[in-house]
Design a protein around this ligand. Structure first.
Ligand code: UD1
Length: 308
């Protein structure tokens, strides 16, 4: 039975990993500073997992958390482009220094493999589509810089210290337990929450901005594959997405259809730091990790809306 550490465990993606790994019989240590995560996301599991309240920037807490662990899934972050624009320095600590601290703790503890929640924000506004991992990163927002710099630290720790690392570049992940409550929340969670209550959402820009919206079940699968993949996967960066893009107008229409919503969105100017289009080439993840899209955008949306 493997022993795993999940950072950001009380958050959206982290909690999905905790649930899946616990169901698989792994010994799960969940780590979160509860700044944005919520223990309710781990409800029903508290007697089956170990929970540590701690910060990824804290050397002692991260060293203790990594002790005796085989695999680390590092999900903790402030996952917001506009927040990083509003506070570049405040977000750098959790997003970049926290990654370095986790890598240091993991290699000191002799962890076998370190899997990281990287971001498609790395590609920035390079107009070439779909995005391939061999493109030169062109990060725009401070958030994107923090995620790309984290990937570079991963690759450094793989080469210099021999720590096996896998960076998964997530493309706009959505699903249950995503917090819809703030202006910084992911756009689908925000739309669904507002429209379910009969309110019209806001679209920044003309609505033709597009994203490769990816249901969280695909991300969980990718993480499980990342620790099982052969050593040649180590040191690599992999797009985790569906390979299809959906515009904000199309997403709005799809949610309207399922909810029977008849309002129209409010259009406001584009947000600073936003990128225009994003869609992934997922062939590297397919070839090296054995990744397959298990839940499409439409299926994911229905899964999420059925719960509301
Ligand atoms: C998202 C993730 C980020 C991840 C990245 C990967 C969130 C909060 N952010 O960033 O962690 O690394 O994908 O590509 O999940 N929008 C609206 N109305 C709203 C909210 C947003 O029109 O009410 C627009 C935004 O201006 C943007 C698009 O929707 O054009 C997507 O925004 P958002 O969901 O915040 O995601 P990203 O910025 O792409």
């Amino acid at each position: 039975m493997s022993r795993v550490l999940i950072t950001g465990a009380a958050g959206f993606i982290g909690s999905h990993l905790v649930h899946s790994l616990a169901a698989e019989g792994a010994q799960v240590r969940a780590f979160d500073n509860l700044s944005s995560g919520n223990l309710e996301n781990l409800s029903g599991l508290r007697d089956r997992i170990e929970f540590i309240e701690g910060d990824v920037q804290d050397p002692d807490a991260t060293m203790a958390a990594c002790r005796g662990v085989d695999y680390v899934f590092h999900e903790a972050a402030i996952p917001s482009v506009p927040k990083s624009v509003a506070d570049p320095i405040g977000t750098d600590g959790p997003n970049l220094k926290g990654t370095l601290q986790m890598l240091e703790a993991a290699r000191t503890a002799g962890v076998k493999r370190f899997v990281f929640a990287a971001s498609s924000a790395a590609y920035g506004n390079n107009p070439e589509l779909p995005k391939r991992e061999d493109m030169i990163p062109e990060p725009v927002s401070p958030y994107a810089v923090q995620k790309v710099a984290s990937e570079l630290y991963m690759s450094s720790y793989a080469q210099v210290f021999g720590l096996e690392t896998v960076a998964l570049r997530y493309f706009n992940i959505f699903g249950d337990r995503q917090d819809p409550s703030s202006q910084y929340s992911g756009v689908l969670a925000r739309f669904i929450s507002l429209m379910s209550g009969g309110e019209c959402p806001t679209i920044f820009g003309d609505g033709e901005t597009s994203r490769d919206f990816t249901h969280v079940d695909n991300v969980v699968q990718a993480n499980l594959l990342a620790v099982r993949a052969p050593s040649k996967a180590s040191g690599g960066v992999y797009n985790i997405a569906t390979g299809h893009r959906v515009t904000l107008n199309q997403a709005f229409d799809a949610i309207s259809r399922v909810l029977g919503f008849e309002g129209r969105p409010n259009y406001l100017p584009e947000r600073e730091g936003d990128i225009r289009h994003s869609v992934a080439d997922i062939s590297r993840a397919q070839d090296v990790l054995g990744y397959r899209v298990s839940v499409s955008f439409e299926e994911g949306l229905e899964k999420m809306l059925r719960r509301d």
